[in-house]
Design a protein around this ligand. Structure first.
Ligand SMILES: Cc1cc2nc3c(=O)[nH]c(=O)nc-3n(C[C@H](O)[C@H](O)[C@H](O)COP(=O)(O)OP(=O)(O)OC[C@H]3O[C@@H](n4cnc5c(N)ncnc54)[C@H](O)[C@@H]3O)c2cc1C
Length: 411
């Protein structure tokens, strides 16, 4: 019996089943075949912390195979050459992939285009000339991009960015620094946010623009790869821009209104991370239930002890609620609403309960919970991080409270 009364549209369930079948055929066997590579961190990363050539080749294989099968770009609008599925399909497919593949089969991260790294609805905001230049490579999975908003002195309060774009003839020259930019060590293009009108930016009335910058543009450089806990390399980087010249075709969205583009991207990120948290949480819960049924202590299976089973029951309840919230928020986006409050509630709640579900699964496993072979620690790391990335829990609460105080009390 399904626990969910809400009927998903047929095209969404078909997309979910199709992408899961693709993962069964293309992802899990690739992990099995490349176990030696995946178990050796020195083979996964280069000296400077970037992904190794062997890993990049596998990522490209997955992206291009998925693009050829029509999954990679399935949530990109048809006007851009994609499959035209919406936010609900994006949520449902990501949740299913994380649930089925768990943290060990992580090449699944490249089966469906991540909004910041590959083609997405965001690209409707780039100029026709930019589409002409970059779309084909992004859609077929041979090229990727990144999203450079955060800076050393501007995180939650992104309006504090100091990167400047000065007018130079018909174009601009961009100078500044970016940090935490995911996929930047290997990306081909970066969407860079910069102040174009200092007065308006200081008054927080626009004045910030987004530009599409090829990473081989003179003056653009990756300063260092940032290594997050437990890894000898990484996918986040610190960037420097020194007088990088950009032309009008490179403006993303409207000039001086770059936050519009940023907000939409961040919404997609929140859907993705909510799905990731629920998917990993369900994967961890099922692992814990199996263990609770088989591990014995004091003359019975440990699942017989309420100290073990009640936390799992709480996780199931929380994940069920988070799943329904995710379906609801994604449906609101598909209906054309910005769903700012609902998406903030969904992301903040999902990442906390997903993280807690993984933590409880570790506790259920005792010492086994900390071994590399189970992968629980990887899921725990990943979900701890998304309590900060794409809007911290505190900033999401701030957004929810602001909406409530302005009278948006619909729940
Ligand atoms: C793995 C990872 C990947 C990332 N990828 C990208 C990327 O691709 N592109 C990009 O542009 N950025 C990226 N980021 C950056 C991310 O968007 C920021 O980390 C996030 O916005 C928070 O900013 P901060 O880390 O500077 O924290 P700060 O803004 O310095 O906040 C520090 C603490 O203060 C709290 N705080 C701040 N203001 C308030 C307030 N008003 N009320 C209550 N609490 C408050 C925060 O919640 C936090 O706990 C990434 C981050 C991570 C960890």
């Amino acid at each position: 019996m399904s626990a969910i009364a809400v009927q998903l549209p047929d095209d969404v369930t078909a997309a979910r089943e199709g992408i899961l079948a693709f993962a069964e055929q293309e992802i899990i066997p690739r992990h099995d075949a490349n176990r030696t590579l995946f178990e050796d961190p020195r083979a996964l990363y280069r000296e400077d912390g970037r992904f190794s050539d062997a890993l990049l080749a596998l990522i490209r294989e997955v992206r291009t195979a998925s693009a050829a099968a029509g999954f990679y770009q399935m949530c990109v609008p048809e006007s851009l050459g994609g499959g035209g599925l919406g936010h609900l399909a994006y949520y449902v497919a990501w949740e299913a992939l994380f649930h089925r593949c768990g943290p060990q089969n992580w090449l699944m991260l490249y089966v469906l285009s991540h909004w910041a790294f590959g083609p997405s609805r965001m690209l409707t905001q780039v100029t026709p000339e930019a589409q002409e230049r970059i779309l084909a490579g992004l859609m077929n999975g041979t090229r990727s991009m990144c999203f450079g908003l955060s800076e050393p002195n501007a995180g939650s309060d992104a309006a504090m960015i100091r990167t400047r774009a000065r007018r130079d003839g018909d174009g601009w020259r961009i100078s500044g620094r970016k940090i935490w930019t995911s996929n930047a060590p290997v990306a081909d293009y970066c969407v860079v946010f910069a102040v174009t009108d200092a007065q308006r930016a200081a008054a927080r009335r626009g004045g910030i623009s987004a530009f599409l910058v090829p990473v081989d543009a003179p003056g653009f450089s990756v300063q260092r790869v940032i290594k997050l806990f437990g890894h000898v390399g990484g996918d986040e980087a610190e960037l420097a821009l020194e007088d990088v010249y950009v032309e009008p075709w490179q403006v993303v969205g409207e000039l001086d209104q770059g936050f519009g583009a940023a907000l939409y991207g961040v919404s997609l990120g929140r859907i993705y991370n909510s799905a990731r948290a629920v998917g990993y949480g369900r994967w961890a819960l099922e692992l814990a239930l199996d263990y609770a049924n088989t591990r014995e202590a004091f003359g019975s299976s440990i699942g017989e002890f309420q100290g073990v089973s009640f936390p799992l029951a709480e996780s199931a309840t929380e994940l069920h609620a988070a799943h329904l919230m995710g379906i609801n928020a994604a449906t609101l986006l598909d209906q054309g609403s910005q769903a700012i409050k609902e998406l903030s509630m969904t992301k903040a709640y999902s990442v906390q309960v997903g993280y807690r579900a993984v933590d409880r699964a570790m506790q259920t496993h005792g010492a086994m919970g900390f071994t590399n072979e189970l992968g629980l620690t990887e899921a725990w790391h990943a979900l701890r991080i998304v309590n900060v990335a794409d809007g911290t829990n505190e900033i999401l609460n701030r957004t929810i409270a602001q909406r409530l105080l302005k009278g948006d009390v619909s729940l």
